[in-house]
Design a protein around this ligand. Structure first.
Ligand code: PGA
Length: 255
């Protein structure tokens, strides 16, 4: 490792909440008020990713707090004739500093390819957002022993040159099912992702934080978050409850 090169060792954990297509202004106001109060000095990096309609309001409500705001997707272009889409500079203008790209729900429902996800991550970085790039295998791919190959190819194909964002490993069969991956599989997949990051990005790949996502709940969070190589969590369902999300954040807090 070159002198001065950062690694993820000793880095604070990142807990990001993906609200998906949930929340109206009143729900968000209540959730965010509790987060603002509870996030205080946990020593953990917290981010919430509300739906696009709520990004500006949530960012305003969280200004000056310990909680950052992200979008759930962005277009590759900065502006133009793309009905229904939101661009990375628009998210930044609304107060977001992060954005999830390549979530499996988008890869599956909209056929988003690695190339498209890479271009979105690139657009995000150019707009000053930290991209959180999601990867993960289907249950079938895991059962046939293809998980590592599939995920390594996603990492290699979904990251633009000079990538300095975050990667979230989310096995698709663990998302929203209440069935998170086993400890040994999480460690193994994080190791595989780290190897691919270094092979794709060189030494810079050592500094990329890798999150685990898929049915992270307060009960199991502490065990997952102390596994080797896990730099935090991407939380779906449990991020809609301030109590649960803060409990997960506390599980990530340094002792
Ligand atoms: P889940 O979702 O925590 O509800 O499983 C995770 C995600 O989709 O990011």
């Amino acid at each position: 490792m070159q002198a001065g090169m950062e690694t993820t060792e000793g880095m604070r954990q990142l807990i990001a909440g993906n609200w998906k297509m949930n929340g109206r202004r009143a729900d968000a106001a209540a959730l965010v008020a509790s987060l603002r109060e509870g996030a205080g000095a946990l020593g953990v990096e917290l981010v919430v990713c509300p739906p696009a309609t709520l990004v500006a309001g949530v960012a305003a409500a969280l200004e000056g707090s310990a909680v950052g705001v992200g979008g759930q997707d962005c277009h590759t272009a900065a502006s133009g004739a793309y009905t229904g889409d939101v661009s990375a500079p628009m998210l930044h203008d609304a107060g977001a500093r992060w954005v999830i790209v390549g979530h499996s729900e988008r890869r599956l429902a909209y056929g988003e390819s690695n190339v498209l996800v890479r271009d979105k991550a690139d657009a995000a970085a150019r707009a000053g957002l930290v991209p959180i790039v999601c990867v993960g295998e289907t249950e079938q791919q895991r059962l046939t022993g293809a998980a590592e190959t599939v995920v390594a190819a996603q990492v290699d194909g979904s990251l633009p040159p000079g990538f300095a964002g975050v990667v979230a490993y989310e096995p698709i069969w663990a998302i929203g099912t209440g069935r998170s991956a086993g400890d040994a599989d999480i460690v193994e997949m994080h190791r595989c992702i780290r190897n691919q990051l270094v092979s794709t990005l060189g030494a810079a790949g050592e500094a990329v934080r890798i999150l685990y996502g898929g049915s992270v709940k307060p009960e199991g969070a502490a065990a997952i978050l102390r596994l080797e190589g896990v730099g935090g969590a991407l939380v779906g369902g449990a991020s809609l409850s301030a109590t649960d999300f803060l409990a997960i954040a506390r599980a990530a807090a340094p002792a």
